[in-house]
Design a protein around this ligand. Structure first.
Ligand SMILES: NC(=O)c1ccc[n+]([C@@H]2O[C@H](COP(=O)([O-])OP(=O)(O)OC[C@H]3O[C@@H](n4cnc5c(N)ncnc54)[C@H](OP(=O)(O)O)[C@@H]3O)[C@@H](O)[C@H]2O)c1
Length: 246
């Protein structure tokens, strides 16, 4: 039975994504910082889909624990790890200019530094294995910094660049890297936020992520129309962009 590792399994997008995998017979290793909630998700998957599902505790901000958690995941997968999907993220407050040093660090570590630390450990193991995939949810926010959430944008831009380089590095080892860039998705992250539009359901985004992994796509925008939208957004000249309220 192939095993998939879902990092940040309690996320609004990760929940239907885990079901996409379980429905197809994958055993699921779920990590979350809330032990009770993550265990409940694992039990639910096992019960409804008849697959093996296990919960592991992981706080991305606890860098010292990363090596042990990743080692444990490989141990539990018993040589059958098909790949991992990273769904961890933290939007932070608006306006971002009001964030103090602790909050700045939390946003950057939750979306970039902590995720990169985990993915780098995973990449080393998958390179040894010479197979598998790493799929990470970045964001359209990483395509251009905006005044409404520029700390999050900066962290996601860093994650996107990291994944680009990682894909290039892991190619020769037969390991695929898939970058997912969703637009707005109806999850706890965006709940009650002003200024969201073209909001997608987490179920449709989860289906898109599963398909992108199956097809071995490099970079996928979800829904698809965010690709032309972001192309236009990136083309706006800086002298005009700085005057817009985005
Ligand atoms: N929603 C959107 O509009 C949108 C758009 C583009 C990209 N994304 C990205 O999609 C991914 C999934 O987000 P979502 O929309 O599903 O939002 P979500 O429901 O708020 O999920 C965020 C996930 O990150 C986890 N997390 C946050 N801080 C953590 C920490 N210190 N240690 C471990 N886990 C931590 C949360 O755990 P808890 O459940 O314990 O809080 C939760 O599982 C994120 O990377 C997000 O940036 C979302």
């Amino acid at each position: 039975m192939p095993v998939v590792l879902i990092l940040g399994a309690t996320s609004g997008i990760a929940r239907p994504l885990a079901e996409e995998f379980a429905r197809r017979g994958y055993a699921c290793l779920l990590t979350g910082r809330d032990e009770y909630e993550t265990q409940a998700l694992a039990s639910d998957l096992a019960l409804r889909y008849g697959v093996r599902a296990e919960a592991l505790v992981l706080d991305v901000l606890d860098f010292a624990s990363h090596q042990a958690v990743i080692d444990r995941c490989f141990e539990r997968a018993g040589g059958n790890l098909a790949g991992a999907v990273l769904c961890i993220g933290y939007l932070g407050p608006t306006p971002p200019a009001e964030a103090g040093p602790a909050e700045v660090r939390r946003i950057l570590d939750s979306n970039f530094t902590g995720c990169v630390s985990l993915l780098n450990l995973l990449a080393a193991r998958l390179a040894q294995q010479q197979s598998g995939f790493i799929c990470a949810i970045s964001s359209v926010a990483g395509d251009r910094g905006r005044q409404s959430n520029f700390l999050y944008c900066a962290a996601k831009a860093g994650l996107t660049a990291y994944l680009q380089g990682l894909r290039n590095y892991l190619f020769r080892f037969g390991v695929r890297v898939i970058t997912v860039k969703p637009g707005f998705v109806d999850t706890p992250m965006t709940y009650g936020r002003q200024g969201t539009f073209l909001v997608a359901s987490p179920e449709s985004v989860a289906r898109g992520i599963y398909k992108a992994i199956e097809r071995g796509q490099d970079v996928v925008y979800l829904p698809w129309f965010w690709r032309p939208i972001m192309l236009l957004v990136r083309l706006i000249p800086e002298w005009l962009f700085k005057r817009l309220r985005l």
